[in-house]
Design a protein around this ligand. Structure first.
Ligand SMILES: [Zn+2]
Length: 334
């Protein structure tokens, strides 16, 4: 702790010296490095978190820069993977924080390995399926997680603490429907800031072992509405995640090779066993031009822009249907 960098936070009586030491010793996993993820990561790193695991499957595009702080035009120009650009920015803010980046699509296996290692999990995803998986793993290994969502000018947030609160699944019917759908309608920065402020507040309470009763908070920053309600009595005894006989249903969804990415006009394809070198060889033999930035490579095929990551994962842009993607991949690889 050099240069009194945490002095203002220590002066705040909700945290103090003891709370600060706890934050410095703790670790967090942030799932998603978009608008919510970048805001939240910056907040946690500045607050003094010891170790941060960050995961995101995507690279930076110009349309991200309006709300995804930590990223620059240079990152968009070079199509940097989000977690790599975030790691660079976060280490520039604070040298002594440990950042562990993963350029990956999050699935049950990934969460099962990472969640037990951290003190808190932050949901910064834009999709319901991953959120339900986070909920299942968090309750299965008894780790607190914080939900957040933004659409248009609205925001929603809640902290879920196994053993204390009902889980996300218990609450789903109560959560404003706008946040259950994927983002195809735009979003403004102030909504992001509201959601991540609430998430960061709850994270600081949890990391400092401050007792509190989590609430579901939601509002519309454009209209100026803001509401919160306690949900501790909303537990469903039959809940498949936190009920009497938990089954963790979202952990049993078998991963598929093809997935249409909601609202992105993109289909993701996982080519098992395909290495980066093999792909380069393959494109070279077929005289398909590509360019690479060391983390991913990009090429065009049949008029579609395809981005390939090092673990055999491909993003096919300009396409919404899995069937269409299957045809293209069959044509490409046979
Ligand atoms: Zn539940």
């Amino acid at each position: 702790m050099t240069h009194n960098r945490y002095s203002r936070q220590i002066l705040f009586d909700g945290i103090g010296q003891e709370g600060q030491q706890k934050i410095n010793r703790k670790s967090a996993l942030i799932v998603g490095m978009g608008a919510l993820g970048t805001h939240f990561a910056e907040g946690l790193v500045r607050a003094g978190i010891g170790k941060l695991y960050i995961v995101d499957r995507d690279y930076i595009e110009y349309s991200n820069l309006q709300r995804q702080t930590l990223f620059t035009e240079a990152d968009a120009k070079q199509q940097m993977p989000k977690v790599i650009a975030a790691q660079n920015a976060l280490q520039a803010i604070r040298e002594d924080v440990t950042i562990v980046p993963y350029i990956e699509h999050v699935d049950g296996a990934f969460l099962n390995e990472l969640v037990p290692q951290v003190d808190i999990v932050l949901d910064a995803t834009d999709n319901f399926e991953t959120r339900m998986m986070i909920n299942d793993v968090a309750y299965a290994c008894s780790k607190p997680w914080i939900y957040g969502g933004v659409v248009r000018s609205t925001y929603v947030e809640a902290a879920f603490i196994p053993g204390q609160t009902p889980c996300f699944q218990c609450l789903v019917p109560q959560i404003p429907a706008m946040n259950l759908t994927c983002d195809t309608v735009g979003v403004i920065q102030p909504a992001v800031t509201m959601a991540t402020s609430l998430q960061l507040r709850d994270a600081l309470k949890i990391l400092t072992d401050t007792a509190f009763t989590p609430k579901l908070t939601y509002g519309d920053i454009w209209e100026g509405t803001h509401q919160a309600f306690g949900f501790s009595r909303m537990k469903r005894p039959s809940c498949p995640t936190c009920g009497e006989q938990p089954e963790y249903p979202y952990l049993h969804h078998s991963p598929t090779n093809f997935a249409a990415l909601c609202g992105r006009d993109t289909v993701q394809y996982q080519h098992e066993g395909l290495t980066y070198e093999q792909l380069i060889d393959y494109l070279t033999t077929r005289h398909i031009a590509y360019h690479t930035n060391g983390y991913l490579l990009q090429f065009e095929y049949e008029g579609y822009r395809i981005v390939a990551f090092q673990n055999g994962r491909l993003l096919i842009h300009g396409m919404r249907e899995v069937q269409q993607a299957k045809k293209l991949i069959h044509q490409l690889f046979g």
